[in-house]
Every structure is written in structure tokens, then in C-alpha cells.
Write a protein that binds this ligand. Structure first.
Ligand SMILES: Nc1ncnc2c1ncn2[C@@H]1O[C@H](COP(=O)(O)OP(=O)(O)OP(=O)(O)O)[C@@H](O)[C@H]1O
Length: 600
């Protein structure tokens, strides 16, 4: 997928035809609101056309004021006054209704995109998230969608408005003063285009200056916060030189920036105003009040006003390209996600599936998709009957968590089979399969809401009684009750934060509420205090009753009672048996581990 970032400072992005074509796909999101959208565009065109009448009316007012002249269509002061009032009112109402309509269309369609994006994201398989940063993904639902919204609500409107002003204004002056219009077209746009290119260069220099300034700050920050290191290595002298060089760079860039900016201002004064005065001068010399069909001062006023408007619209249209490139970039990033395949757990499962919990791994081999050349699991065979408890032990990186992740079908193994109740797990509906499992992880992640919400995550429609019962069984009820707000206590950033042991017990309550047939426990590595440890272990024992449990054990003391222990090393099962058997195996890996742990 494309990792393009159109905000990247280096190099101007070009608009690619394919990108533009692809971006049009997103128009499907506007389709449901097409009538409101179409109406807003019509109102926009009407509003912009009405706007064009004002300079004309101003000229006609002058013509009325001139005793030798007559206004077009026999207009009088009063009729022009009424006309202006009517135009103003219609302009105001067009603008009001258009704003409401376009807000409605853009908010609604962008909300649809956001919902689809989120739904796509959350249904992606785990390995999708391993290849991308969370911040980058969430910015697609925020920044990129916002950019698209700006494109359809502001950029598009501005484009149409300026185009109408450009075409309408140009046609009008071409009719009243064709010769002057030609002269104007030969000078004015050229000057504006030069000014725009100049302006862009200035912006680039200004950015360079900002970057260089930021670089000096990095040196300052880094060295001051690591001052002890600087001093220990006596590198004050080196750092002073480094900082000095960076500051000198800022000065150099600033001076270049000032030179170019000064030139730009001189250019504007000399050339742009020069061009304006030149046209004024030529135009004024063409005024011939004596000829009733000639060029008069009121025509001249109209000409000047329209030309000023034209200048403005040319300038805005020049920026339009950049905005379009940005919007197309944003659309591409959004489409990248919208067009991804999702995990099979796409829809909510139909009906419930109750598994018994007989698990079998047969000849399993696995490599992570991100590192296909490293085999993480080899020739894994093991089995547990419904209701049995097994423990996986082994050094860090041996592959214990990987086994659990494969059972959850986060990944697909390359070789071998995983069977539950005799059926290959790939044959089950993914949601139904995962509904039969609960995981109590090492590091319990809590959602920022209440304790109630965090427990109810195991069963969203649980009753109050069920919640309390689960909390009691998990040895969590006692501490929950002690909080003044009980189950409604806010966890997370606000309010109280829970201790490690408390969080584990909440996770256990959540799992109890889910009532799964298969339990996956990843033992916490960080030691709890003795009391907390006992409460958690008690709760786990309650939780494990009658369920098939796979325990990733770090402390051997907690797994003495399990039915079987599998010792993993470098992705292979090298020993198996219960605690008793393994402890007695001379020179066994488990025996070594046990010695290490129990002798401490
Ligand atoms: N998402 C991943 N992508 C690529 N490699 C991974 C991924 N997760 C783990 N690994 C690698 O797979 C191997 C097994 O990791 P795993 O997490 O299963 O070990 P573990 O036995 O559970 O270790 P620990 O006790 O430290 O949790 C390690 O070498 C690890 O670097």
C-alpha cells in the first residue's frame, strides 16, 4: 500500500491521473445526499453571478450622476437602489441556505466515511496493525477525512465561485472595452503568475528557516536534559560549537529569506502596482466623454472593479491546484483502508456455538508474516481434553504467546493443524470461535470508562446481578465496594487508577462473565504483593474450573497443580509432563528452571 504523505516537506507532489480517478470513487459517499449537494452548487452559482452585478450597478450609478449620460435600461437612482437591495437580500439568503446545505452534505458524507473507515480498521487482522503505526492510522479518520471535507465544502465552492467571477467578469469587460481588456490580459495575469511563483519560493525559504530554528532547539533541549552526560564526557566545548554552527545557519537562511522577501516587496511595488497604474493610465487616456458610444468614466470604473476581482480570482485559482493535490492524497490514503480485505469475522455471528474445549495442535509450524524467514514454532504437537489445564513454560521468546495467538486465529499457521472438538479451527466462524475463548493478558488494558463498563465488556447485556456475581468470584467485589461510586467508579486517565492486582481481577471478572469454554491466561511477570497474588490466584482457580485452560507461566509455583506442562525452547516442545515428573527428570530444562526459581 502507498505510504505517500503529501505533507512531506520535500518535493512538490504531482497530481497523477490514476489518483484523481481513484479519488472520484469517494464521490459515492456524496451520492445519498446528491440533491442537497446539487442545490447547494446551484445556489453557489446564483450567488456568484449576483455578486458580479454589483460593480456593474456601481458604474451605472455614476452614469446616472453624469448629466450627459444615461444609465442602461433607463435605470434611475431609486431603481438601482431597489435592485441593490434585492440583490443583497437574495445574496444573503442564497449564502445562508447554501452554507446549511453544504454543511449537511459534507458532515453526513464524511461521517459515513469515518464510520466505514473505523469499521474497516477494526476488522483488520492483527498483522495489519503490526505494519502500521496507530497514529498514522487514526490520522486517516481525522486529518485526512477533514481534508476531504474541506475540499468538498470550501475548495470546490471557492473554485466554482472564482471560475464564475473570472469568466463572467472577463466577458463583461471584453464587451465594454475590448482593446483595454486585451492590453490588461497581456500584463496583469503574467505579473500575478510571477508573484505567485515568487510567493511560493518565499514560503519555502520561510519553512527552511523554521526547520533550522527547530534544529537549534533540539540541540538545546537534548543537551540540557542530558546535561549530566555532557558534563561527564566534558563535551561542553563540542556542544557549544555544534549549537553555534546551527545558530549561524539560522542567520544565513534568515538573511537569504530577507533578501528574497525584500525583492518580493520591491517587485510588488514596482511591477504589480506598475501594471495597475499602466492599465489605469492607458484606460484613462481612452476615455472619450464626447462620443456617446465611446468609453466613458463609468465604464472605466466598471472595468477597474472587474479587473481587481479578476486578479483576486486568478490568485485563488492558482492555489487551487495545491489543495486538489492534497485532497487527492487524502482520498488515496482513505481508500487504501476502505479497499483492504477484512478478517472473516466481518459480521456478528449467527446463533451461538458452544464448544466443549478439546484442543489439539498437530505438526504445527509457523513464521510471522512480517518475518517469514524466521521459524517461530516448529513441529508443535500437544493436546488437552475439555476441562484440562496445561501450562506452557520456557524462556522469553520461546514461542509461548505465539501458540495462544494462533489458537485465537490472529494468524494463520503455515503447516499443521489446530483442532478444537475434532474440527480444524479454520472451519469455524471466527466470531463464534473467539466467543468461546477468553484471555486474561499479562498487562490488562482497561477502557477509560467505569469499572462496570470494563467488566461488562465480557457480556454487554449482563444484568447487575451477573456483574456483581462475576466481580465476587473474581475477588474484585470487595475493593470495588470500597470505592464511593462502586461499579461506576471511573478508571483510566481520570479518577482513580487501579493497581496491577486490581486490574487483573477486573480482567478475571470480565472473563468469568464471558463464561468461555477455553481460557488463555498469560501470567503477569511483574510480581504482585503476597496478598494480592493470593487473591488473584484464588480468582484464577475459580475461573479455570470446568474450562480448558492454557496458562503461559512465568512463575513455576503457580502451575504445580496443572495436568501437564510443556516446556518450549526455540519454538519446539522439548519436555512434557506434570510438575512431579518434570522435576525429577535429571538434567531436564524444567528441573533447571525450577531450581533457579525455587532456590531464590
Ligand atoms: N508480531 C510478531 N512479528 C514478528 N515476530 C514476532 C512477533 N511476535 C513475536 N515474534 C517473535 O516470535 C518469537 C516468539 O515470541 P513469543 O512472544 O511467542 O515468545 P514468548 O515465549 O511468549 O516470550 P515472552 O515470555 O517473552 O512473552 C520471538 O522471537 C519474537 O521476537
Amino acid at each position: 500500500m502507498s505510504k505517500q504523505d503529501d505533507q512531506a516537506p520535500k518535493g512538490r507532489k504531482k497530481l497523477k491521473k490514476d489518483g484523481l480517478k481513484r479519488a472520484f470513487k469517494l464521490l459515492a459517499y456524496i451520492k445519498p445526499y446528491r440533491f442537497a449537494f446539487g442545490l447547494s452548487l446551484i445556489l453557489l452559482m446564483l450567488g456568484s453571478s449576483v455578486f458580479l452585478v454589483f460593480p456593474w450597478a456601481a458604474g451605472e450609478l455614476l452614469a446616472i450622476a453624469d448629466p450627459d449620460r444615461e444609465a442602461a435600461y433607463g435605470l434611475t437612482f431609486n431603481s438601482i437602489g431597489w435592485l441593490l437591495l434585492a440583490l443583497l437580500l437574495s445574496q444573503a439568503s442564497f449564502s445562508y441556505i447554501r452554507t446549511l446545505l453544504i454543511t449537511y452534505v459534507s458532515e453526513k458524507s464524511m461521517a459515513d466515511i469515518r464510520k466505514d473507515l473505523y469499521s474497516q480498521l477494526i476488522r483488520q487482522p492483527i498483522h495489519f496493525f503490526e505494519q502500521r503505526r496507530v497514529g498514522e492510522l487514526s490520522s486517516r479518520a481525522t486529518t485526512d477525512v477533514q481534508q476531504l471535507q474541506d475540499a468538498i465544502s470550501i475548495t470546490l465552492a471557492e473554485f466554482i465561485r472564482q471560475l464564475i467571477i473570472l469568466i463572467g467578469g472577463l466577458s463583461f469587460i471584453a464587451v465594454i472595452a475590448p482593446k483595454l481588456t486585451l492590453i490588461m490580459l497581456g500584463t496583469f495575469p503574467v505579473v500575478i503568475i510571477i508573484a505567485m511563483v515568487f510567493g511560493r519560493y518565499i514560503r519555502k525559504l520561510s519553512k527552511n528557516r523554521q526547520d533550522e530554528l527547530a534544529a537549534t532547539n533540539v540541540i538545546l533541549d537534548e543537551t540540557l536534559s542530558a546535561i549530566a552526560v555532557v558534563k561527564a564526557f566534558t563535551s561542553e566545548w563540542f556542544e557549544r560549537k555544534r549549537y553555534g554552527r546551527s545558530v549561524d545557519n539560522v542567520v544565513q537562511i534568515s538573511l537569504r529569506f530577507a533578501r528574497v522577501r525584500g525583492l518580493f516587496i520591491a517587485f510588488i511595488i514596482a511591477v504589480l502596482f506598475g501594471a495597475i497604474f499602466f492599465i489605469l493610465w492607458i484606460g484613462a487616456s481612452m476615455i472619450d466623454e464626447a462620443d456617446p458610444n465611446g468609453f466613458h468614466s463609468d465604464d472605466f470604473v466598471q472595468f477597474i472593479t472587474y479587473t481587481a476581482l479578476l486578479g483576486g480570482s486568478l490568485f485563488s485559482l492558482g492555489n487551487f491546484y495545491e489543495q486538489l493535490v492534497r485532497a487527492v492524497g487524502a482520498s488515496e490514503r482513505i481508500l487504501d483502508i476502505l479497499e483492504q480485505d477484512t478478517e472473516i469475522a466481518a459480521e456478528a455471528p449467527e446463533g451461538e456455538l458452544r464448544l466443549q474445549g478439546n484442543i489439539r495442535f498437530e505438526q504445527l509450524a509457523f513464521s510471522y508474516p512480517s518475518r517469514p524467514d524466521i521459524q517461530v514454532l516448529k513441529n508443535i504437537n500437544f493436546e488437552l481434553a475439555a476441562g484440562e489445564k496445561v501450562a506452557l513454560v520456557g524462556s522469553s521468546g520461546a514461542g509461548k504467546s505465539t501458540i495462544v495467538q494462533l489458537l485465537l486465529r490472529y494468524y494463520q499457521q503455515q503447516q499443521g493443524k489446530i483442532l478444537i472438538d475434532g474440527q480444524d479451527i479454520s472451519g469455524y466462524n471466527l466470531s463464534q470461535l473467539r466467543q468461546n475463548m477468553a484471555i486474561v493478558p499479562q498487562e490488562v488494558m482497561m477502557f477509560g470508562g467505569t469499572i462496570r463498563e470494563n467488566i461488562a465488556y465480557g457480556k454487554l447485556n449482563a444484568s447487575e446481578e451477573e456483574l456483581i456475581e462475576a466481580a465476587q468470584k473474581a475477588n474484585a467485589w470487595e475493593f470495588i465496594q470500597q470505592f464511593p461510586e462502586g461499579l461506576d467508579t471511573i478508571v483510566g486517565e481520570r479518577g482513580i487508577t487501579l493497581s496491577g492486582g486490581q486490574r487483573q481481577r477486573i480482567a478475571i471478572a470480565r472473563a468469568i462473565l464471558k463464561d468461555p469454554k477455553i481460557l488463555l491466561l498469560d501470567e503477569a511477570t511483574s510480581a504482585l504483593d503476597a496478598e494480592s497474588e493470593r487473591l488473584v490466584q484464588d480468582a484464577l482457580n475459580t475461573l479455570m474450573q470446568g474450562r480448558s485452560s492454557i496458562i503461559i507461566a512465568h512463575r513455576l509455583a503457580t502451575i504445580r497443580e496443572v495436568d501437564r506442562i510443556y516446556v518450549l525452547e526455540h519454538g519446539e516442545i522439548i519436555e512434557q509432563g506434570n510438575h512431579q515428573e518434570l522435576s525429577q527428570k535429571e538434567d531436564g530444562v524444567y528441573q533447571q528452571l525450577a531450581k533457579l526459581q525455587f532456590e531464590h
